[in-house]
Design a protein around this ligand. Sequence first.
Ligand code: ASN
Length: 311
Amino acid sequence: MSVQIHIKETNKVKGVVTNIQTETLSYLTQYFLKNKFRWLLPVILSPVTDPLWPDPRSSGIKPLSVRIYGNEMKLMHSMILHKQVAIALGLKRVFILSPNIRVEPPEKISTGRHAFEFTQLDFEIENATLDYILRFVEDLFVSLIAHIKKNCVEELEILGRDLRVPRRPFRKYYYTDLVEEHGESWEEIISKDNRDPVWVLSIPREFYDREDPQRPGLYRNYDLILPEGFGEVLSGGEREYQWERIKKRMLKDGLKPEDYGLYYDLARKNLLRPSAGAGIGIERLVRFIAGLRHIRDVQLFERIPGVIPRI
Ligand code: ASN
C-alpha cells in the first residue's frame, strides 16, 4: 500500500472515531454537570500519586519522576488521592478528564487495551456507597450507548458496528470466584461470555479502596468489564478514610505514609471524608463503542507500549 493510500485510510477511520469520541465526551461531561458535579482541571506532576500496587492485575510499574526545583515529582498514575483531598476540602462531587502516564511493559501491546498515556474520566462523590455508584454508572452507560446509537448513525455504519444498548442491572461476579473458576484468564472469559457489561466485585488492591469493616477480606470496590472481549473499562471503589485503617493498609503494602504529602496530613488528622468513585478509561470506552480491536486505532496520537511515537 502506498503511503498516501495508507494515510487516507487511516484518516478515514480516525476521523470517524474522532466524531464518536467527541460525541462521547460531550455526553459524559454534560451528564456529570447535570448531576451537579464540579469539573476540576487535571494535574500531571505531583509529589503524590497512585502506587497502582498491590493489584492482582497490575504489571507492578513505578511512576516516572522528574526533578524540578530540586524536588522529585511524579508523573500521574491516577488522581485518586487528589480526588479524596478535593472531597476533604469540601467539594461534594468532582470529576476530571485526567491524563495518566503508566509505562506498561512492551508485551502489553498485544492486549489492545493498554497505552502508556491515556485519559480517564475520574469522579468521586462524598458519602456515596458501592450500590449508589453501580446504579449511577449503569444509568450513565445505558443512556450513553442509546445516545451514541441515535447520534452517530453514519459513523457506526462506516465502521460496521452493531452497537447494542445494554440491559440493566448488570450481572455481578466476585473476583475470588472468578479466579477459582477460570484462573488468570477470567477477564477475557467473562468479557466474551456476556452480551452486556458486567461488574467484578471485591478485588484485593490498593490501600485506598475500602475493606469491608464487618467482613475483613471483602473489598467494597468494583471493575466494569465490557462484553465482546473488550475487557475492563472502569474501576473504582468506596474509600478508606479513617487514619488507623489507612495506616495499617499502607504499612502492609510497604508504603511510607509520610511520603503522601497533603493526603497524609489530612488523613492523619482524620479529615478525609467517606466517599466512593471510579475512573472511566476514555480510549477503552471509545474503542468499544467504535468496535475497534486495538487502542491504537482510537488514539490519534498513539501511545502504545514499547512503540516510540513520531509525534
Ligand atoms: N480511578 C481509579 C479509582 O477511582 C483509580 C485508578 O485509576 N487506579 O479508583
